[in-house]
Design a protein around this ligand. Structure first.
Ligand code: IPE
Ligand code: IPE
Ligand code: MG
Length: 249
């Protein structure tokens, strides 16, 4: 079975470290507001948390980390906030890619990047090429990403790939075209900031993912909070439709 096909058939051992963690980094604006700062100060601080979480994942032997940085719906925010987020993204790409490479991290971006300015697209392409053969941790940034967009683009590619084939197809025919076809499905999903929703993140891939919601705001999500999420995951019994007795055999 290839990495990208459904992981819902294999049961990881209870107590193991999640292979793939996917995070909705939420609460930057509220973190700033609590300090009477502009919302964008929260986004800036949030970048620090990103650095620390990457380190924690590397230290724990997590193989894939996927971070939701900008959703396809975030264009609806005030123009100056969107523009600040774009500059922050460009700056982070420019500064961090070499460091990621030095730490053997493979860098990938999922989402419709065609809407970004050409400087950002260049940084992304260069970063992906430079780090393509690294194998310590795969860091994926979801940028202008939407789960529905992902499924639709996969269906489109699948149909283009075999225009004369019958309409009948299996899960695997589709999953190979999802934008994260190089990774197993997430084992652990974390959302900071207190909201209990998926907000159009990885809709297909989260089918059997363990969900963890915390009120902690993203800029406050430190190593201790990260460890709490891992500990919560390690206590879960993943059954994928089976009974508890079957799992414990
Ligand atoms: C998440 O923090 C960052 C992005 C969506 C880019 P928010 O900006 O959504 O913070 P809150 O939810 O308003 O506090
Ligand atoms: C989800 O956060 C998107 C990212 C973290 C990039 P939002 O703050 O945009 O989500 P909603 O709008 O509250 O659902
Ligand atoms: Mg939010």
């Amino acid at each position: 079975m290839s990495q990208g096909t459904s992981s819902t058939r294999e049961i990881p051992e209870i107590g193991s470290i999640p292979k793939h963690i996917a995070i909705i980094m939420d609460g930057n604006g509220r973190w700033a507001r609590k300090r009477f700062l502009p919302r964008v100060a929260g986004h800036k601080q949030g970048v620090e948390t990103v650095r620390n979480v990457i380190k924690s994942c590397s230290n724990h032997g997590v193989e894939f980390l996927t971070l939701f940085a900008f959703s396809s719906e975030n264009w609806r925010r005030p123009a100056d906030e969107v523009s600040f987020l774009m500059q922050l993204f460009a700056g982070a790409l420019e500064q961090e890619i070499t460091k990621l490479h030095e730490n053997s991290i493979r860098f990938r971006v999922i989402g419709d990047i065609s809407r970004f300015e050409s400087k950002i697209i260049q940084f992304i392409k260069k970063g992906e090429q430079l780090t393509a053969n690294n194998s310590k941790l795969t860091l994926t940034i979801a940028a202008n990403y939407g789960g529905r967009w992902d499924i639709i683009q996969a269906v489109r590619k699948m149909m283009e790939n075999s225009p004369n084939s019958p309409v009948h197809f299996e899960e695997e025919n589709l999953t190979q075209f999802l934008s994260m076809n190089y990774a197993p499905e997430p084992d652990l999903f974390i959302r900071t900031g207190g909201e209990c929703r998926i907000s159009n993140f990885l809709l297909w891939q989260l089918a059997y993912t363990e969900l963890y919601f915390t009120d902690t705001l993203w800029p406050d999500f430190d190593e201790k909070e990260f460890d709490l999420a891992i500990q919560s995951y390690q206590q879960r019994e993943r059954r994928f439709g089976r009974t508890s007795e079957q799992i414990q055999q």
